[in-house]
Design a protein around this ligand. Structure first.
Ligand code: FES
Length: 338
């Protein structure tokens, strides 16, 4: 029998590792970074299989730094970058991987003093889905020592893992773009999949609202209670709207302080503060004093007050770039908007 069918290795010029452990940056940030890498590499025509110069980009177990994530390591260069966002990634690709000059101000650790050139003088392509064997111990020896390969580094890594901090987050989804409530619903879905205790109040949705998300939540056994009379610009009676919103806050306070929830959503709650019906500083002070430490509280709505943003652990601003109604006159559609 012939041995002609032995597998062949397709060489990679570089291997990018992105830590997805989640201690110093959310695992979602690592996954997003990997996705962005693939998109940028594609844009630059670097994904063609025919190209002999290739880069492998993989998510990895903890790189053992646990500070200043997302962390991205470039091998065999032995260069570690921290705080890597989309802009930093674009620079790393253009200046380091293509241009051959590491982005000095983003480097926090270097395993070698001399930059390592890609085998073919410039960047290799990526190849989504192709398997790359991890470097062997011998390869690691010759390239410089990977942090997890020394007893001291293993100890550091273990200590970092044991120090893992968990905390109930105050999350704010704000901005003029769509997706603030939708993002909160995404977290609810994730938490539901983890058998967590979920609740919430929708401050302005009519109490008889029966939107798609509410139907879905009902089937999931999750209560997100609409307590409003419709949104303010359709309200005939602003006093009624305000009274309902303030009542909603009283109900919310009871739920939040009860300890009965792991995740609680205050949907469109920013408006209650923005309209001056509640003092934002007082709301924040109340949350500081009464929110159970492990409760994740999500607040949505435009115009989040600065004091709330200051107090929050995670703030995301949705920015509208295109809108089907504004650009094409397409109204809200079932299953997408409601
Ligand atoms: S979680 Fe930060 S390096 Fe792994």
């Amino acid at each position: 029998m012939s041995n002609d069918t032995s597998p062949t290795m397709r060489p990679y010029a570089r291997h990018l590792l992105i830590c997805e452990n989640g201690d110093c940056a959310p695992p979602e940030a690592a996954a997003l970074l990997q996705q962005q890498f693939l998109e940028l590499a594609r844009e630059r025509g670097l994904t063609k299989l025919a190209n002999p110069q290739r880069i492998k980009c993989t998510l990895t177990d903890c790189l053992g730094v646990c500070s200043g994530g997302p962390i991205l390591a470039v091998y065999p260069d032995g260069i570690w970058y921290h705080h890597v966002d989309a802009a930093a990634l674009a620079r790393i690709i253009t200046e380091h991987l293509i241009g051959g000059r590491p982005v000095e101000e983003l480097i926090f650790h270097r395993l070698t003093t001399e930059p390592v050139e890609a085998p073919h003088g410039e960047v290799a392509t990526t190849d989504e889905g192709a398997a790359t064997p991890a470097p062997t111990a011998a390869e690691r020896e010759t390239r410089g020592t990977l942090p997890e390969s020394t007893p001291q580094a293993r100890e550091q890594r273990k200590a970092a893992r044991e120090k893992r901090v968990t905390k109930g987050l105050l999350i704010v989804n704000t901005g003029n773009g769509k997706g603030k409530t939708t993002a909160a619903l995404g977290v609810i879905t994730r938490a539901w999949g983890r058998d967590m205790r979920i609740g919430g109040i929708q401050f302005f949705k009519h109490e008889n609202a029966n939107y798609g998300e509410l139907r879905a939540l009902k089937r999931m056994g999750v209560t997100l209670t609409p307590m409003g009379d419709g949104f303010t610009w359709t309200s005939r009676d602003m006093d009624e709207t305000q009274a309902r919103a303030l009542h909603g806050w009283e109900v919310a306070k009871e739920h939040i302080a009860s300890g009965d929830y792991d995740i609680f959503v205050l949907d469109e709650f920013t408006y209650v503060m923005h309209f001056g019906w509640l003092d934002a500083a007082e709301v924040v002070a109340w949350l500081r004093a009464n929110k159970p430490p492990m409760l994740h509280l999500i607040i949505t709505g435009r115009d989040a007050p600065p004091v709330l943003i200051e107090a929050a652990d995670l703030v995301t601003e949705m920015r509208e770039i295109k809108h089907p109604y504004r650009d094409q006159g397409i109204r809200a559609q079932k299953g997408v908007e409601f």
